[in-house]
Design a protein around this ligand. Structure first.
Ligand SMILES: *Cc1c(COP(=O)(O)O)cnc(C)c1O
Length: 334
């Protein structure tokens, strides 16, 4: 039982079967029918002209930023944005693109007035502000559709592009009970992780216009991301998007169940009503030695990431029974 992340999900039997049977070719020559099918299908499915299959979400975000921005440009993003905090500074290191982070509100949005104040004047002292990058879900929270509308109007007014780090955008769509297109429609580009709660072993997508994706394809090659018989991975990726989306609703319900249970434990503090998707954060008081608890749980094959706040993630390979067992063990160890 691994509560660290939804990235730990194992591919389904259907995926392994599809991988074994996938028709393949050399994708760098454009010859892999399974990759081509995934890219064509995914573009249409999400309402974009084109799609690119990438090795990871980190690579997809880097391609997204480097395809919107040139050296000396900057992008606006949240202080907690994955593509600012957790991608080894790739946009700056490899793209010479300056990030301009702005604090996120508790609901994950970024104040538009603060964003406006951060846009640099057209003056050679400054980097050129080109892009706003949002993230949905962000720390498990869903950006309201109304905010997306406002963000679109904002970028149009200021002549910026709008990118969505949609690693978990399907969790957002499921939580809003809407189609993923209703979220995607506001963005010039979007990434989707196939290998988180959607259970593919490897891979993400970058979506955008034909011209934009052609640029991203060139940069992907430059970064060593041109893969050969990648159809074996793309076959699993297609099933992620067609067969695993329904699982996310179960994951969300399980996260709520976990949140209510954690809230009963002494020393754990959270508001279960704030849990919107598959990620649960709890604050701990000083009575809880979470590092010791984590190492004791590990001996029972239960893996958690100790920290304060502590984060638990639900996914396909965690059942309701697993959650009840975790709660029981935690309560015995506190
Ligand atoms: C996981 C994640 C990524 C990166 O995906 P990898 O496939 O792990 O590189 C990007 N953005 C967000 C919001 C993520 O959660």
């Amino acid at each position: 039982m691994d509560f660290r992340s939804d990235t730990v999900t194992k591919p389904t039997l259907a995926m392994r079967d599809a991988m074994a049977r996938a028709e393949v070719g050399d994708d760098v020559y454009g010859d892999d029918p399974t990759v081509n099918d995934l890219e064509t299908w995914a573009a249409e499915r999400h309402g974009f002209e084109a799609a690119l299959f990438t090795t990871s979400g980190t690579q997809a975000n880097l391609l997204a930023l480097m395809s919107h921005c040139e050296r000396g440009d900057e992008y606006l993003c949240g202080q907690q944005a994955h593509n600012y905090m957790f991608e080894a500074g790739g946009a700056a290191v490899l793209g010479s693109i300056q990030p301009q982070p702005i604090e996120n509100n508790p609901d994950g949005t970024i104040d538009l007035a603060k964003l406006k104040a951060a846009i640099k004047p057209d003056d050679f002292h400054f980097a050129r502000t080109r892009l706003l990058s949002l993230e949905n879900t962000i720390n498990g929270k869903v950006l309201p559709i109304d905010y997306l509308k406002q963000a679109r109007a904002f970028v149009d007014q200021h002549n910026l592009k709008l990118h969505l780090d949609g690693a978990r955008v399907y969790n957002a769509a499921v939580a809003l009970e809407t189609d993923v297109k209703d979220i995607a429609q506001y963005f010039d580009s979007m990434t989707v992780c196939l290998s988180k709660g959607l259970c593919a072993p490897v891979g993400s997508l970058l979506l955008g216009t034909k011209e934009y994706i052609a640029k991203a394809r060139r940069i992907r090659k430059m970064l060593g991301g041109g893969m050969r018989q990648a159809g074996i991975l793309a076959a699993a990726g297609k099933l992620a998007l067609t067969e695993q989306v329904a699982q996310l609703k179960i994951d969300h319900d399980n996260a709520k169940h976990l949140a209510y249970g954690l809230n009963e434990l002494p020393g754990f503090f959270l508001n279960p009503d704030w849990v919107q998707t598959n990620i649960v954060f709890a604050k701990l008081d000083e009575t809880v030695d979470i590092y010791s608890i984590a190492s004791q749980l590990k001996q029972e094959n239960i893996i958690i990431s100790p920290g304060n706040p502590i984060r638990f993630v639900t996914h396909k390979d965690i059942t309701r029974t697993d959650i009840d067992l975790l709660l029981q063990k935690l309560s015995a160890l506190i």
